[in-house]
Ligand binder design. Structure first.
Ligand SMILES: [Zn+2]
Ligand SMILES: [Zn+2]
Length: 258
């Protein structure tokens, strides 16, 4: 299995994951041009994409969707309520409805969609299974319900939101109502929330951790990593046992092979 995060943050999100002959695009929240440009030099191409999975309808996850669907005519997998909330100009040839907690086969992947807690009717996270490996993908959630913890346990890789540093958020110039929204149970995970959940989830198989969807205004890669280390050490876990990356808004991640 291999994966690359093309960009991640409140201005746009797109990730590719491949196993065997199946390449999935998770969210298309960057412009089509930006996605193409960021894939140059990688072993991935948008022409390899066999299906698109959309987590939710927010623009930072769907901005490039119209062009992807127009150019590649691949099936779209998402929840009914997300499809209904997409802009009218997104043409979908084949829609495959997916529901939280219902396993779904997509080519060489088995996918387990999970419900996240965000300010939309449905926001999905995904657990990908293939080649005996497991990858957890979850961003845009105010918290992670305890019911999901067993399925999130001991994945080979996590792409998990670490959106904001609590101090940077509350000392920022943002309107108070927006700060409350971000920090609410239907908002986003802070660096410390994220590190705490990861400390509960990691296991002997876990190798790669990507801290995702960072806020440009209320976070820095250094703070996200420092919080991760601090929290792991406080639970007697060794941060050095994992390959930890912070996804970036304006550049792709390295390619992760599992
Ligand atoms: Zn988002
Ligand atoms: Zn969102």
């Amino acid at each position: 299995m291999e994966s690359i995060v093309l960009g991640s943050g409140s201005k746009g999100n797109a990730t590719l994951i491949r196993s065997g002959r199946t390449t999935l695009l998770i969210d298309a929240g960057l412009s089509y041009r930006a996605m193409k440009r960021r894939l140059a030099g990688s072993p991935f191409s948008l022409t390899d994409v066999t299906a698109v999975l959309v987590t939710h309808e927010h623009t930072d996850h769907t901005k490039g969707l119209r062009m992807v669907m127009k150019e590649h005519r691949v099936p779209l997998y998402t929840a009914e309520s997300v499809l209904a909330a997409l802009p009218a100009d997104v043409e979908v040839d084949e829609f495959v409805p997916i529901e939280p907690h219902v396993h779904q086969s997509v080519g060489d992947f088995e996918i387990y969609p999970v419900p996240l807690s965000h300010d939309t009717e449905t926001t999905l996270g995904f657990v990908f299974f293939s080649e005996g490996k497991k990858v957890v993908y979850a961003t845009d959630t105010g918290f992670i319900d305890e019911k999901l913890h067993p399925v999130f346990q001991n994945a080979d890789a996590y792409i998990l939101e670490a959106n904001y540093d609590v101090t940077m958020l509350f000392t920022s110039e943002r309107p108070y109502a927006l700060k409350r929204r971000i920090d609410s149970v239907r908002g986003h995970l802070s660096n410390s929330d994220s590190a705490y959940y990861l400390s509960r989830f990691v296991g002997d198989k876990t190798r790669v951790i990507v801290l995702a969807h960072p806020s440009e205004e209320c976070n820095t890669p250094e703070r996200a990593l420092a919080t991760f280390r601090e929290v792991f050490l406080s639970y007697d876990l060794s941060p050095a046992d994992y390959e930890v990356h912070v996804a970036r808004q304006h550049e792709p991640s390295k390619l992760f092979r599992l």
